[in-house]
Design a binder for this molecule. Sequence first.
Ligand code: PSV
Ligand code: MN
Ligand code: MN
Length: 424
Amino acid sequence: MLLEGSIIEKHNEQRLRRHNLKLASLQDEFPETEQIIRQIEAFQVAIPSWALGTGGTRFGRFSGGGEPRSLEEKMEDVGLLHQLNRASGAISLHIPWDVPQDPAAIRKLAKEYGLTFDAVNSNTFQDQPHQALSYKFGSLQHVDKAVRKQAIDHNIAVIKHGVELGSKAITVWLSDGSCFPGQLNFRGAFERTLESLQEIYQALPADWKVFIEYKAFEPNFYSMTVGDWGQSLLYASKLGPKAYTLVDLGHHLPNANIEQIVALLLMEGKLAGFHFNDSKYGDDDLTVGSINPYQLFLIFNELVEGMNARNMNHAKDLGWMIDASHNVKDPLEDLMQSVEAILIAYAQALLIDTAALKQAQAANDVVRCQELLQAAYRTDLRPLVAEARFRKGGALEPLELFRSEALRNTLIKKRGEKTVATGL
Ligand code: PSV
Ligand code: MN
Ligand code: MN
């Protein structure tokens, strides 16, 4: 562990009086605070292994130093995050960026850090150095059966890696599609992709799920073979009960009503979970809640309402993950901000007076509906999130502690100024 427990205790002692005052004021106003704190305590958000280094863009990459050089160091980073916020107890691996050489040792390390392995991700959007056939014109959709087989085999190998680590799902994101009209027969591409996915589906262990992630554009700019939730849901429905649709918030066309998509996928029992991030234009992968926190809150409103209606376990029945990374922030600080934004939105959604909202909806009282939502959204629930963290041994102000202890410098000293994490 990079951080001694006593440092967190000291940090908390210095802030406890102020924190308790803010908490008491919320407890005074809202009888449901205790219940909300407990629900936040149970909630964990998985960290993608590829967000621990500076993301970069296709124009350049500016490392901040001390980036993890191996899977073990990525786990060390997530372990540190989890120690600080007690809400990042899972890591999601991307193969082949994170191939575990010694699974037993990796599992042992995860245990030491208190981490579990979230969904594993396959990668058929890049050609790897020793790969026989190219994915330039697609992978699971490819017109050449041999390329499809190579991509299918890769996905099956990813499942095997996941089994060794205790993951329970594979996320398939395909860059397949076309860049120009006429390049692709849409129906043919769909059918070939479905057939390939069926083979991957057959390889799933009994207790596994496959998450089909859609994306409107990039790297293909005319059509994407899994371009929207309709297409993903078609694949998931045709595949069977172990297949679900994964929503990455940045993968929609501008102004899409993501909360409505989420509500309907949940209603159909086909929502896999999330890749949380935020965006202004496209797949910007910006820090969660940095551009449009109200949308995030509205999504959580649908989630809480829908999961309650279906008697679902908020913490366990969906996949909660971040997919954000970029060029200008310290990746660990950025992830702390993202996790915090998710927990705040969740807490605010839990605060909504749902009985009153139902009544107002039934009475077509549109003004009251808006007032009820915004009353929750405009309440500062940060003390509840901090309290949940505190009760689990985390820091009241994780970001502040990360800075005051100069933890990035510790990482730089350990790993070097010019390290590059494997990934995009
Ligand atoms: C694609 O844009 C994506 O969102 C998928 O989840 C990939 O696995 C990930 O980003 C790769 O960076
Ligand atoms: Mn994603
Ligand atoms: Mn993306």
